[in-house]
Design a protein around this ligand. Sequence first.
Ligand SMILES: [Zn+2]
Length: 332
Amino acid sequence: MAKKSKSKKLVIGIDLGGTNVVAVLVDTSGKVKSYVHFPNESAKGPEHVIRNIADNVKALVKKSGLAMKDIWRAGIGSPGPLDSKKGIIMGAVNLPGWTRVLLKASLEKQLGVGVGVDNDANCAAYGEQWVGAAKGASNVVGITLGTGVGGGIIIDNKLVRGANYNAAEIGHTSLNPDGRLCKCGAKGCLEQYASASAIAESAREAIRKGASSMMTEFVKGDISKITSKTVYEAMVQNDKTAVVVWDEFIKYLAAGVANQINGLNPEVVVIAGGVINAGDRLFKPLKEAVRKQTFALTFSAAKIVPAKLGELAGAIGAAGVVINEGEFYNLK
Ligand SMILES: [Zn+2]
């Protein structure tokens, strides 16, 4: 029988998040045929999580009228640190018990197809570069603002992994060596000022110090309920405290973006996460602040744009890297 041409092949992409898992079935052009999302059930430990993923992937394939033999490869994005060459998760902060987990080997056994494992933020950036907001650009930086700040870098159409595969931790680039203590043990990481959680924490901190704000009323006095959205909603109504917090957030994010632009001279910087719903209130001042901290020529090359793929970015990107960079993962 003739070998299937690459263009007819189907691939599974999986994004293992701190709470949920997203799995997509895509063709080799990145077109999504179907997808599913489900809770990761991480409290039950890694073995259960992997079995749960395999069961859901098999169900997705079956529901699409296919069998696992129709699937060429699978890719999975996971929180790190990890060894993407061997497909081993070294220790994921938000996944209890995930120390030296042989994710590639276990998933390959259960799915019966070759599997590539990579960092979740790398996969999200790759997805946006492959078929999303940065499609057509060869040099791309992706920054995701969520509970933390994730980063992914693509240079000359290739994912940048680094010496032992943990490059692009943009969230842990230092903006202030004397600043807020980060989960990683260092001080003043970008993540401590520009994540969605950090925006909320900055607002709480200001209110605890006595600042008056409509945010307190928004959450009926329970400031633990303040989120980045609360800050945004108060900011658009010109709440003084919220405006200060928002401006601080933009200032730090801009410094983080400028560092990447000065270091890498990308064509596109893609910003992802719920915060991008702020639209012009985010992107206008962000671009203006980045402009002031970069060389005019480098800045002129770099578009700063919102992500397009939403919650599917990581899963689509995980499929993309195993399609386009299969050799790295030793996939046939
Ligand atoms: Zn850090």
